[in-house]
Design a protein around this ligand. Sequence first.
Ligand code: SF4
Length: 466
Amino acid sequence: MQFANVQNASHVIDLTWQNDYVFTMLTAPQAVFITTYGCQMNEHDTERMFSILEVHNYYQVTAPEDADVIIINSCSVREKPVHKVLSEIGTYKTLKAQKPHLKIGVGGCVGQQEGKKLLSKVQNLDFVFGTDTIDLLPQIIQEAQSKKNVVQTKMDHRGPYTIETMVRNTKVSAFVTITKGCDNFCSFCVVPFTRGRERSRLLSETVKDVQNLVARGVKEITLLGQNVNSYKSPDGAGDFSDLLNTICEQTELKRLRYTTSHPKDFDDKVIQAHIKHVEKLGLYLHLPVQSGSTRVLSAMNRGYTREEYLAKVLKIKKALPEIVLSTDVIVGFPTETDSEFEETLSLVRELEFENVYSFKYSPRPFTKALKYTAEEQVSEDVKDKRLYKLMDVQEEIGFKKAQTYENKTYDILVEGPSRANPQVLTGRTVHNKVVNFLGDSNLIGEIIPVKMIKSQPFSMRGEILN
Ligand code: SF4
């Protein structure tokens, strides 16, 4: 099985990353188990880790008990990330005692953020690596097999960003990274410190990557970046809208999605791209607002006002009346008052988002918001109340909006069996609405008309039209 995967992966892997390391194939296959926390970027990174490791004679297992190497791909965007990592490593204590050769490592944002400090905080940890050293993982593990406390968290802030997408088993959908890092420094966010400065891939390289994936059977791609709207090809070949247009025009892809957009950089050219290529780009936009108060937005260093956000959304809705919007909101940012929170509620009511992903503020290391004093913090109790209030308001809006889909028919890209119930197929509309329905597996990868029968909390139940 390992060698089939090695062959499968080898034609998409660029081995130039070896640099000063010596490529050494392990003699015996080793089993690797990876836990992934956080966003789609981390999921994508985990897939890259498996792909790289398979070339080096590792194979994936789905239970830590079967592993020779356990990796925790961590996230530090939300609260208590280090605690989560420590407690997961704690659960492996017995396993480590039973299998002394077992190596445990931490990667991702907590690895990048904590570095060697993590090794002094936790027993049974063998290696730590960062977000920029994933491609060195085989060498890092090999080093950890003969040496204690291996740390590799160097970050390249300036070199060209070139990366080829690695997909082991081709599915209908795939992720393609277009930028890495972020230069925005929102005052609550640790990402610029864990992912480094923003860099974009060449437009030509990205389009080629998509063409390769399409040739291997991928039908839908999600472009990934911390702020996709500030994408700029380093050779001047184009910005984000040019990338969208080129992919739509020069590939046979059926659907093209992207995340995450930044309201400050979302421009008219992207709206035009949606109008021109609506069948591929669809009618869905996730545009994180974070707060409905201009004063709080300024304290968050978001780079736009409430009025500017509203004007931008109204412009998008005018150009694309059927577009579906979702957003992110942080409640309880330090100094946020009740009336400022009310401004967020009124914005949510006015714009009627399909989904609101809401979070309580929690302090993150290195960030500017750490300067707020204890008196300036919003109490946990108030944060909870604001969060529940926001969720209540949104639940009502979301329920009302979901019902408007019932009895209508939409073209669905069939993605595969549903995770919750493998007996049914799942897919999404151009509005990014998840629909589950009965159907034959030979429909996977096709776009078919499906009638919406019933709205459910996070999806729709549908029926294929003959
Ligand atoms: S845009 Fe702001 S919230 Fe998004 S990754 Fe960059 S710093 Fe973080």
